[in-house]
Design a protein around this ligand. Structure first.
Ligand code: SF4
Length: 317
């Protein structure tokens, strides 16, 4: 409804965003792919938080998960392999007002993008990193990824992956200035929703590992965990991921964990059976590199040019 204020300026009409406002191209992931759940959940969080689509950016690298920006009707940047995080940090440094969602896969993030992953954790800029971990390279058809379980037969290791996989949770927890580490699964949508919503609400870099089904190339990896809920250990705490009682009751194995305790978070991160899901670590007070990169953002252009000339004059002979 338009209205005139006392100073005769026009009020903007109120806006309410529906799911359709975040729905981009039709998702072309395989039937049964866990990516569909994540996409639906992120669109619901955007709707529930009423994030203006023009103030929201979806950023990705290369891989199945990296098709995410095409499926969101927000701004998007489908980047290069392993390079989603430097792009996202660049966006955040110039436009700290934008909501940034980064999607990456186990190959994209933990292999070619590993250097960027480590530094983005330390920079602690406000964004959500969702790693779709299906323990295989899916887009290029079944090569060994850093999280492929030892012994799994792949196209690059037909006799079985020879080395133990990396543990993304312990690596993330080991980086200085880490501020938010969570793990969830694509097949429990309420837990996925609550985890990503909490990650979005955290003011800093939120690392969320999503155990993601790839029925095409790694269908057995999480099959047992999906069938038997006792293979998952639900982390509970007043500072953790909040679920209603009905959802909580679906988890036979529950564990009280204070996410401010990093040593205990590391111990839990090493548990592989049952797998911990929930918030492992949270430090709301970790400093952010954004406090440095936003300096001068409001400065008029002529002052920026003068400051640059001044800086360059130091090198003049
Ligand atoms: Fe999903 Fe796997 Fe198909 Fe890729 S190959 S879209 S990860 S099911």
């Amino acid at each position: 409804m338009f209205g005139l204020k006392e100073d005769w300026s026009l009020d903007a009409p109120p806006r309410y965003f529906t799911l359709e406002d975040y729905t981009g191209n039709e998702a072309r992931w395989c039937p049964g792919c866990g990516g569909h759940s994540v996409l639906g959940v992120v669109q619901r969080i955007c709707r529930d938080k009423q994030l203006p689509p023009e103030k929201t950016v979806s950023v990705s690298g290369i891989g199945c998960s990296s098709r995410f920006p095409h499926y969101m009707a927000t701004y998007g940047f489908h980047g290069l392999h392993g390079r989603a995080l430097p792009i996202a940090c660049g966006i955040k440094s110039r436009r700290p007002d934008l909501n940034v969602w980064v999607s990456s896969g186990d190959g994209d993030c933990f292999s070619i993008g590993a250097g960027h992953w480590v530094h983005a954790i330390r920079y602690n800029m406000d964004m959500v990193l969702m790693v779709f971990d299906n323990a295989i390279y899916g887009l290029t058809k079944a090569q060994t990824s850093p999280t492929t379980h030892q012994g799994t037969k792949t196209n690059t290791h037909p006799l079985g992956a020879p080395l133990p996989s990396i543990n993304p949770l312990t690596v993330t927890l080991g980086v200085s200035n880490v501020s938010f580490v969570a793990q969830t699964v694509d097949w429990n949508v309420p837990h996925l929703y609550a985890t990503l919503k909490t990650a979005y609400e955290h003011k800093g870099f939120s690392f969320v590992r999503i155990l993601q089904r790839c029925p095409q190339f790694s269908e057995h990896t999480y099959e047992e965990y999906k069938k038997d809920a006792s293979r998952l250990k639900l982390l509970k705490h007043e500072k953790g991921i909040q679920l209603d009682d009905k959802i909580t009751a679906r988890f036979p194995v529950q564990h009280e964990h204070d996410p401010s305790d990093k040593a205990k978070a590391l111990t839990l991160a090493n548990d592989l059976d049952p797998i911990p899901i929930g918030l492992l670590y949270w430090d709301p007070d970790a400093p952010s590199y954004s406090d440095f990169t936003r300096l001068g953002l409001e400065m008029p252009v002529d002052k920026k040019i003068a400051a640059l000339n001044d800086a360059l004059d130091h090198f003049a002979i």
